[in-house]
Ligand binder design. Structure first.
Ligand SMILES: [Fe+2]
Length: 199
């Protein structure tokens, strides 16, 4: 039976000591937040599967409603964290191949794409993503609110940037821009490119 998996150990192995100014202490704390989201998603899924459907009149304000909202939140947050950890810890070498072609096509240049992504992330209180929209075929940089997932139906997320306090406060204080610059400087572009559909 398919299940929700916790990839904490895999990310720890990949990233400890390899995230530049983002300390191992922050990384461990952040992995802990992710692990709680996965565990909570599993608990909520189990609760939802066991629950009897309430009477229709009792649905607004019900535990049924709260559990489903929380399940969606925990899954979205876990997925964004998984992508964040997947694209962290790169060498900083520029993207190549199809990914670079599409960035240049949709944003004019890599520099312009990064400036757009940086501004998008700084404007966000929680997440910023770069994603491919299969419907139009182009790349978008988008931001979301703390409880939301990727705000584009069918969008394929390529990059997730976590702009919540817990991602940077310990290492950068309130200097979100310094954190973001460290983050953008260590994007693993090969990991990003591996998410593109095969053409
Ligand atoms: Fe986070």
């Amino acid at each position: 039976m398919p299940t929700i998996s916790d990839q904490t150990d895999l990310f720890r192995k990949k990233l400890l000591g390899k995230t530049g100014k983002i300390s191992d202490k922050t990384l461990e704390m952040h992995l802990g937040i992710y692990a709680v989201q996965v565990r909570r998603a599993k608990e909520l899924l189990a609760a939802v599967e066991k629950e009897d459907l309430p009477e229709e009149g009792a649905l607004p304000g019900s535990l049924f409603r709260a559990n489903r909202l929380d399940l969606s939140y925990c899954l979205c947050a876990a997925r964004s964290h998984e992508l964040y950890f997947q694209i962290l810890g790169g060498s900083g070498a520029a993207p190549q191949g199809k990914l670079r072609e599409w960035i240049d096509r949709d944003f004019g240049s890599l520099g312009r794409f990064l400036r757009d992504l940086r501004a998008t992330a700084l404007a966000s209180d929680s997440w910023a993503w770069s994603c491919l929209d299969p419907a139009s075929g182009r790349l978008f940089n988008l931001l979301g609110d703390p409880r939301g997932g990727l705000p584009l139906w069918g969008g394929l997320p390529l990059i997730a940037l976590d702009m919540e306090d817990h991602a940077f406060l310990l290492d950068f204080g309130q200097d979100r821009a310094a954190y973001l610059d460290s983050l953008l400087g260590q994007i693993d572009w090969e990991a990003v490119a591996s998410r593109l559909p095969l053409l």
